[in-house]
Design a binder for this molecule. Structure first.
Ligand SMILES: [Zn+2]
Length: 422
């Protein structure tokens, strides 16, 4: 065994031997009765009201005094008595979410917290206090409301922390149950892989695998465009007849149809991302990706559609937490690393403007190798990730590596199974 292979095994072996505590979410479809639907509507409404009120007061206070207002949901209960009708936990969670939104705004490139509108991402979160949230074979128990009929297609494994109830624009209810559990490492494969974000494919791997975007997405997207056209027509008809959109039955019926197709697309895409990320984690011990600045790249028109379509950032997030769950190692390399324009054979780097997006294949002027653009990039990404992994194994002792804990921007403590070198 070469020293490099040995060091790599050491670095990954440490990760495997640690049993990390992880948070996992289980999502179930809910079938609330009329009374329960009313309770949910009230909870969504109160959560939204408190969010908007607290945000509004914070902004106003800052404009007047240039200092931060420390307001709490409790102080609004006197003036708005109906807030007492929903659980105090739901309101306490709004405060936490608002804090997180401000933290993300100050720490990263996230935008300023936005006001919430009815019907868009309706949700509220409550916590488990000694069994107030529970999952049975056919229902979910929630504080203040009791048992709600649910489709339980996966068994929960771990300690329930909280539950978030949501309603989609198409009118379906879901609950996401957050559980604390112990990570279950997957078996070692002694394989490592580099991933390049493809332009025509979804991703290209350094073992030459090309993962294409699922075809059914294009089919549903055509359907979505068709239904949206009909919706626009119905809007005009209602306008011409001087009818309010909320009172136009034809418009509302079509609006629901559009929402359903939209949800279908989102679900299909999510399933595809879950399946692809899990397979990568299962088949490889070390996975190297580029830490892409998707926001910056979307500005580039030609790449915009490819990137937003393939939901790269969601995919990277899935790889990050799945690496944690299953004891594998994800390495993110610097976004400015010239992965595309470096020859993976001899290391020659092309100059500025020598490799346009249209070029799918190029010949290295130094060693004459003919290179496939994406495949060549994925090899460079893998090599750069391995080089980095070796450098930290050399500088850090095994114990230090195991003990070093990074704190991510969301405040979660992580074991070093996902490393970032930007
Ligand atoms: Zn070359």
């Amino acid at each position: 065994m070469s020293y490099e292979a040995f060091a790599l095994q050491q670095a990954t072996g440490i990760i495997y031997s640690m049993s990390a505590c992880i948070l996992k979410a289980y999502k179930y479809r809910l079938y609330p009765n009329t009374e329960q639907q009313e309770f949910f509507a009230k909870s969504f409404g109160c959560a939204r009201f408190v969010w908007n009120k607290m945000l509004h007061d914070k902004i106003e206070h800052y404009e007047k005094t240039k200092t931060t207002l420390k307001n709490t949901p409790a102080q609004y209960k006197k003036e708005f008595e109906w807030l007492k009708e929903v659980g105090s936990l739901a309101l306490a969670n709004v405060q936490l979410d608002l804090q997180k939104a401000f933290q993300s705004f100050f720490k990263s490139s996230f935008g300023f917290p936005k006001f919430k509108r009815k019907g868009i991402k309706d949700s509220y979160t409550t916590n488990n206090q000694k069994g107030t949230v529970a999952v049975t074979s056919r229902s979910i128990k929630l504080p203040k409301i009791g048992l709600i009929k649910a489709k339980i297609d996966r068994e929960i494994n771990g300690l329930i922390k909280s539950a978030t109830v949501s309603k989609t624009p198409a009118g379906r209810y879901f609950v996401s149950v957050l559980v604390e559990t112990i990570a279950q490492p997957l078996p070692k494969t002694n394989s490592s892989v580099g991933i390049d974000l493809g332009i025509t494919d979804f991703i290209v791997l350094s073992d030459k695998t090309e993962v294409v975007n699922p075809k059914f997405l294009a089919k549903y997207e055509k359907k979505l465009a068709r239904e949206q056209k009909i919706l626009a027509k119905r809007r005009e008809v209602a306008k011409a007849a001087n009818r309010k959109l909320s009172e136009s039955r034809n418009y509302q019926k079509q609006r629901l149809k559009v929402a359903k197709v939209y949800e279908k697309i989102a679900n299909c895409r999510k399933n595809f991302l879950h399946k692809t990320s899990f397979n990568l984690i299962k088949n490889h011990d070390v996975i190297v990706i580029e830490d892409l600045n998707v926001k910056g790249m979307v500005k580039n028109r030609r790449l915009a559609k490819a990137i937003s379509d393939s939901s790269w950032s969601e995919f990277a997030t899935m790889l990050t937490y799945k690496a944690d769950w299953y004891g594998k190692q994800l390495v993110k390399i610097d976004r400015w690393f010239p992965s595309s324009k470096t020859c993976s054979g001899c290391g020659h780097v092309l100059g500025r403007g020598e490799l346009t997006l249209a070029i799918r294949q190029w010949q290295c002027p130094s060693c004459n190798a003919v290179l496939d653009r994406d495949y060549n990039a994925s090899i460079n990404i893998l090599n750069e990730g391995l080089r980095y992994l070796l450098s930290i194994t050399k500088t850090l002792g095994a114990r230090e590596l195991a003990q070093s804990i990074c704190i991510t921007s969301d405040g979660v403590q992580r074991t070093p199974s996902s490393l970032c070198i930007t």
